[in-house]
Design a protein around this ligand. Structure first.
Ligand code: SAM
Length: 263
């Protein structure tokens, strides 16, 4: 018997109910990059919109203290399970916080703040600015903030994709299909993801659909946001392999520090 679930269509909770599948389809090529910067900069680290703790736990395993802030229950549940399963020396390094990256106060400062793959979920100028202002408040004076962006200029107006099935522990498999529609004028991207679980005879046993939205951030939007929130760019990269950024890079990774005037 097939069960069908549909995610929240308002675009704010496109991860609900599907957290357990997130890591199965994640591209982990960013992890060595964050480990390298963490080693260079040191702990403690704030991982914003940390999801399932994919990067948080990699950092903790490498000896860093990490606070992971996330607002989706479904993603947090996976992170909580990882915390339970972790050895005590790793678990002692991780604090999970349910919170909103656009408005938070943890009453402490960090040497390194990261926000991997997530700034677009701050949907409006106001939310983007308040996210960066909160980060500014939580960064030590010499701290580093790594802002990972997908330049709006490089996004497709429409794309569809289908990922290969991945085996699940109960003998079923899950596959993911997606459709991305971008409205270049309103600077919004809608991502519609379908997860299809099949039994060993290929019958569909469960189908879930989640829809999330993200702001399309163009380079000039990002540059304005950075200067308005009191940061300066110290390094600009075009990918996690640390190639330099150019106008045809699909990713723009900014290594930021607080500007002296705002200290
Ligand atoms: C693409 S996932 C990235 C997760 C994680 N950073 C990673 O790279 O594996 C985006 C995450 O942002 C979270 N998110 C979206 N809006 C948020 C908000 N306002 N506050 C905290 N987390 C948020 C989502 O729930 C989701 O877990």
């Amino acid at each position: 018997m097939m069960r069908e679930e549909k995610g929240d269509q308002n675009g704010r909770s496109g991860y609900d109910g599907v957290g357990r599948f997130y890591d199965l389809f994640a591209d982990n090529s960013d992890i060595p990059f964050f480990l390298k910067y963490a080693k260079k900069i040191g702990s403690s680290i704030l991982d914003l919109a940390a999801g399932t703790g994919r990067i948080t736990f990699a950092l903790a395993k490498d000896g860093h203290e990490v606070v992971a802030l996330e607002n989706s229950q479904s993603m947090l549940e996976v992170a909580k399970q990882k915390l339970k399963d972790a050895s005590s020396d790793i678990a002692n390094k991780v604090i999970l916080v349910e919170g909103d990256m656009t408005n938070f106060n943890l009453a402490r400062k960090f040497e390194l703040v990261i926000i991997p793959n997530s700034i677009g979920h701050a949907m409006t100028d106001k939310e983007q600015l308040s996210t960066l202002q909160c980060i500014h408040n939580h960064l030590t004076d010499n701290g580093v903030f790594i802002l990972d962006t997908y330049p709006g200029e490089m996004q497709y107006e429409h794309a569809e994709f289908k990922e290969n099935p991945v085996p699940l522990p109960d003998g079923t498999t899950v596959e993911r299909h997606g459709e991305i529609r971008s409205n270049m004028l309103n600077k919004i991207m809608i991502v519609d993801l379908q997860y299809i679980v099949r039994d060993s005879e290929q019958n569909i046993v469960k189908k879930m659909e989640v829809v999330s939205s993200a702001a399309l951030l163009y380079n000039e939007d990002i540059d304005l946001l950075i200067s308005r929130s009191g940061f300066v760019v110290v390094e600009e990269l075009g990918g996690f392999d640390e190639q330099s950024y150019s106008s045809d890079s699909g990713r723009r990774i900014l290594i930021l520090k607080k500007s002296k005037e705002k200290w």
